[in-house]
Write a protein that binds this ligand. Structure first.
Ligand code: IMP
Length: 202
């Protein structure tokens, strides 16, 4: 059974490859199915609605069982920002991961550690032809550091502080995957994926 992992984000794709290694599906990405240039605008204001939008569009275009997600960083002191705008935070002036986390650090300049609470959220949506779309949500809690540390991962990882004092960018990828919002969402998605595969095969 082929599973289309509908993301063009290399960081996320790498994590999904590792996470899907244990599941009995042959995963393909958007480029493999000739949809590398098909963009689906994330026009909704919740992670779930955006994930559903993408899963539906890529499933219809490919005819394949499709996994799409929407994820981002929710910072309490910024009333939930950057949230669904995490990938576009500071755009159009800011265009790099580093630029985005530097902007975040500047926005939190005067905020003490106890008020720097934040979480990554990830909603995974699974779509299959003629089936209802299902979603699950994963999250990981932490705080925003005062300065970046570590060189693994992507996005805001260097400034996302875990309770043990390390940033997500200081974790080996396998360890990040075990505890991350994506790992958490995919763990919840596994039984639904298996159920969906059974339904399609009937
Ligand atoms: P989207 O889900 O592709 O719309 O983008 C999510 C954005 O949230 C990414 O571009 C990153 O900026 C941020 N993000 C999501 N997950 C992670 C993560 O695991 N580490 C760091 N940043 C993340």
């Amino acid at each position: 059974m082929k599973l289309l992992v509908a993301t063009t984000n290399r960081g996320k794709l790498a994590e999904y490859c590792e996470l899907l290694a244990d599941i009995d599906v042959e995963w393909v990405d958007l480029q493999d199915v000739g949809l590398g240039t098909m963009e689906v605008a994330e026009t909704e204001d919740t992670f779930a609605a955006n994930a559903i939008l993408k899963a539906r569009a890529y499933c219809e275009a490919s005819g394949l069982l499709t996994l799409a997600d929407d994820s981002g960083l929710v910072v309490d002191a910024l009333e939930g920002a950057p949230g669904v705008y995490s990938a576009r935070y500071g755009a159009p002036e800011v265009t790099t991961d580093r630029g985005r986390y530097e902007k975040l650090l500047a926005a939190l300049q005067d905020v003490p550690l106890e008020k720097r609470t934040a979480r990554f959220k990830c909603v995974v949506a699974l779509a299959a032809p003629d089936q209802e779309i299902v979603t699950v949500e994963g999250k990981i809690e932490g705080r925003i550091a005062f300065s970046p540390r570590g060189s693994n991962g992507f996005g805001y990882d260097p400034v996302f502080l875990l309770s043990d004092g390390r940033t997500l960018a200081e974790l080996p990828s396998a360890e990040k995957n075990r505890i991350s919002h994506r790992g958490n969402a995919l763990e919840k998605a596994q039984p639904l994926l298996i159920e969906l595969i059974k339904k399609i095969n009937i």
